[in-house]
Ligand binder design. Structure first.
Ligand code: 6GP
Length: 820
């Protein structure tokens, strides 16, 4: 038994009755004809009976506790993954529901497999938001997640002739059983128009006269706590037209244009923008951001006003966490409400507002630092641009000018506005100025935020910038994805690790226990077999579980350097061709990655991996020593299959570029050894696990900077390294693309003529050497297993529960509300 049973009135008998009742009365089917999908829905509805009841109790209890301070997590993305198994585990009903379904002739695994991933995020920051929601509710902190109810989530990826093709992801198609439309909380959101000045007595006031409204309709997804009664809410806003139908036009026979407004409004929450760490500056995206913020801020204020007449103490009852700068427009939105609607004077309004917001920075990449053309904001949000102007004026004149009198350069750098054509609003500057705390997501990243990104802000506000190292939820990323390992751990140290991951330290003493080691090894093997079966079924590639499963799964991005991995694969392949007896342990290189649809080079790298895979996998000369597998359509669900099967975790970004990473934590916890650079949270992972149990290589941040400053010349590395030269040449020829010679040359081109912006060539030799060490280490079975188990035992720090406690202590200052 892994989970303490929660007090529930649900027995196996009751569950059966409830499932059948929902089949019949909710879904108009019955147990004789229902499809597997209908069974799945009925099961979810049966769970909802428990879940919604607890959600109400949580809501009521939070209000009763004097409107307990609540964190509102504002995020354009929540990459939650499937919820069926997650909810079963967190409710403690897994065994009962399995039995109930069994007795009804159904298989729980097949049924949970019916759920489609709600892929409402791109990657890192969206998945982190989902882990945080899980931890917040499990730790009994009052929290609401606010996001958008996209009709289409992140595109589904297909591979055609090696190339990525994108298909729409209509994730909820005919509805999603774990969500409920709360139409009574719908809101109307203004847009466009102009600003008017008027007098109230002697005071001049402003008001926004919008020319259009959008309706925000909330869909609530309950977030179920583990071994607690608490159920929090993820509230996702859907955009609808205020007037769906133009009756005049319809009566005149213009049927399609009668629907114009409806179609336009619905487009606002139609699709998730598929760009990871880069911004596009499209009007629709700005409207999405504003729509999320306006709905959420209004919802928070409405909640507050049920208990308090004024907003003076809004910052006592609520904190709004900005998940990167995407929801930063919430700052001028709250100011607008305080000033124009509540009639509060500027200084007081600013004090309130500033104490409501905190901001998390998730990247240092310059292309991800959002800016919006001033003219665009002025058109869509005419009052907000005035407020941003005023915030900027006061900040520059009262704060910057005081600290650095007459220093033009500082004014230019710290201004919210970036001069040029067009003038731009820098959302990061707005976020730092408008928040009381700003955090980075790993120690190294926070240091760099302070030293490179915001050094002047750090000097102005010495206590504002803090670190909270990321974490992952152990419920999904160990308990759910690796049930056998979870079972083994619990059998030896008890099940409490699931709520306090630092207890995994107790596993350490079993790292030399023969029986435990064997069991651990058997579980890894079974997980590898499961993945091997999936690879065989889906790609018709045979891989042996004897081989090292070497995994790189993450968005495709140059800075993450999947092409460095590829160059190493080519190097091994060359060595094997030159010497069929070349001594290496067999290896399966497993990739999964989506590329932003407009990111040409990233798509070329996917193509190259697939083309190289096709040639290597079918080359009998190398006797299956290398296999290359690109698993299409990476998702949370696919990650749950791959991670428990991994031997090696590739974390090979250019030092200074990966803010934290969280896949590194998930893989390490499940016993993969990190092969990585000193970047992001890899630094802390290596610190925890010990350098001997990881393979750290490559340039450090300081070395990267020094090399760049001294004038990096990638050609020099090619000139000095024949192997490197040979594999880069391969990419320029027709070795892997006989029908299209040179089709892979864009990669070589970016590395040589393109100046190799991410120092792939500079790190190549060190990477190949680290790989050789790893190969050697793997062959010492005992030592490898020892390291593997120590990875599980020593990574307890990387629980998102710990991250949340850090946020609570240093930023949010929440109190627990236990639901009885
Ligand atoms: C990502 C970072 O790249 C990753 O290193 C980090 O682990 C994750 O955020 C969570 O903090 N950044 C994004 O996803 C992003 O879009 C703007 O940043």
């Amino acid at each position: 038994m892994l989970t303490k049973e929660k007090p529930t009135s649900l027995s196996v008998e009751k569950l059966k009755l409830s499932i059948v009742r929902h089949l019949r009365t909710t879904l108009a089917s019955n147990e004789h004809v229902a499809s597997q999908n209908t069974w799945w829905q009925a099961t979810c509805f049966a769970l909802n009976e428990e879940i919604f009841e607890n959600a109400w109790s949580t809501f009521k209890q939070t209000r009763l506790d004097h409107c307990a301070r609540t964190v509102n997590y504002l995020s354009l993305e929540f990459l939650i993954g499937r919820l069926t198994t997650n909810n079963l585990i967190n409710l403690g009903l897994e065994d009962k529901v399995r039995q109930a379904l069994n007795e009804l002739g159904q298989d729980i695994n097949a049924i949970s497999g019916e759920e489609r991933d709600p892929s409402l995020g791109n990657g890192g920051l969206g998945r982190l938001a989902a882990c945080f929601m899980d931890s917040l509710v499990t730790l009994e902190y009052p929290a609401v997640g606010y996001g958008l109810h996209y009709q289409y989530g992140l595109f589904r990826q297909g591979i055609k002739n090696g190339e990525q093709v994108e298909y729409p992801d209509n994730w909820r198609d005919y509805g999603y059983p774990f969500e409920v439309c709360r139409s009574s909380f719908a809101l109307d959101i203004p847009l466009y128009g102009h600003v008017e000045t008027y007098y109230q007595g002697d005071t001049m006031r402003k008001r926004w006269v919008p020319s259009q409204y959008l309706r925000g309709v909330p869909w609530d997804i309950p977030v179920v706590g583990f071994e607690v009664k608490n159920v929090n809410t993820l509230r996702l806003w859907e955009c609808r037209a205020v007037n769906e139908f133009d009756l005049n036009q319809f009566n005149q026979g213009c049927f399609a244009s009668a629907l114009h407004e409806k179609v336009k409004a619905e487009s606002v929450t139609q699709v998730l923008y598929p760009n990871d760490e880069s911004e596009m500056g499209k009007e629709l995206r700005l409207i999405q951001q504003y729509f999320l913020c306006a709905c959420s801020v209004r919802d928070i204020i409405n909640r507050h006003k049920e208990h308090f007449a004024s907003l003076d103490n809004l910052c006592d009852t609520n904190v709004m966490q900005l998940n990167d700068t995407h929801p930063a427009i919430a700052i001028p939105e709250l100011m607008r409400i305080l000033l124009d609607e509540e009639g509060i004077e500027w200084d007081k309004a600013w004090k309130i507002s500033q104490r409501c917001f905190a901001y998390t920075n998730h990247t240092l990449l310059p292309e991800a630092l959002e800016t919006w053309p001033v003219d665009l904001i002025a058109k869509v949000l005419p009052r907000h641009i005035e407020i941003i102007n005023e915030i900027n004026y006061l900040f520059l004149s009262q704060v910057v000018e005081k600290q650095w009198p007459g220093d033009q350069e500082k004014l230019i750098k710290l201004s919210i506005f970036e001069e040029g054509y067009p003038r731009q609003v820098r959302m990061a500057n707005l976020s730092v100025i408008g928040s009381y705390k700003v955090n980075g997501v790993a120690k190294l990243h926070t240091q760099l935020v302070k030293s490179d990104l915001f050094p002047e802000f750090d000097a102005l506000f010495p206590d504002r910038l803090v670190n909270v190292t990321n974490g992952v939820t152990p419920r999904r990323w160990l308990r759910q994805c690796n049930p056998a390992l979870a079972q083994l751990i619990s059998a030896n140290i008890g099940p409490q690790w699931q709520k306090d991951l630092s207890l995994l330290a107790g596993v350490e003493k079993y790292a030399t226990d023969k029986k435990f080691v064997q069991q651990y090894a058997d579980i890894k093997l079974a997980n590898k077999q499961k993945l091997a079966n999936y690879i065989k079924d889906n790609l018709a590639i045979d891989v042996s579980t004897e081989a090292i499963f070497d995994v790189q799964i993450k968005r495709l991005h140059e800075y993450k350097r999947q092409h460095l991995n590829l160059l190493h694969i080519l190097t091994l392949y060359r060595r094997l061709l030159a010497d069929p007896n070349y001594d290496m342990h067999s290896r399966v290189f497993i990739f999964a990655a989506k590329a932003a649809p407009g990111y040409r080079l990233a798509k070329d790298i996917i193509y190259a991996i697939n083309k190289v895979a096709a040639v290597i996998n079918s080359d009998e000369r190398i006797k299956g020593k290398i296999k290359v597998v690109f698993l299409p359509d990476y998702s949370v669900t696919l990650a749950e299959l791959i991670i428990p099967a991994a031997d090696v975790s590739e974390q090979i970004s250019t030092a200074g570029k990966e803010a934290s990473g969280t896949g590194n934590m998930k893989l390490g916890l499940n016993g993969a050894l990190t092969l990585g650079t000193l970047d992001g949270a890899n630094v802390e992972i290596a610190e925890e696990v010990g350098d001997e149990h990881a393979f750290i290589f490559g340039l450090t941040v300081d070395q990267v900077n020094a090399l760049k400053a001294s004038g990096y010349r990638p050609q020099d590395y090619i000139a000095q390294n024949d192997e490197l030269k040979a594999v880069v040449d391969w990419l320029c020829g027709d070795k892997f693309t006989p029908e299209e010679p040179g089709r892979l040359s864009s990669i070589a081109h970016s590395l040589v003529q393109g100046g190799d912006p991410y120092l792939v060539l500079a790190d190549f030799a060190a990477y190949v050497e680290a790989q050789a060490q790893l190969d050697k280490a793997y062959r010492n079975r005992t030592a490898w297993l020892h390291s593997t188990i120590l990875n599980t035992a020593r990574l307890g720090k990387f629980s998102s529960d710990r991250s949340i406690e850090d946020y609570v202590r240093d930023i949010w200052h929440l109190k627990k509300v236990s639901v009885k």
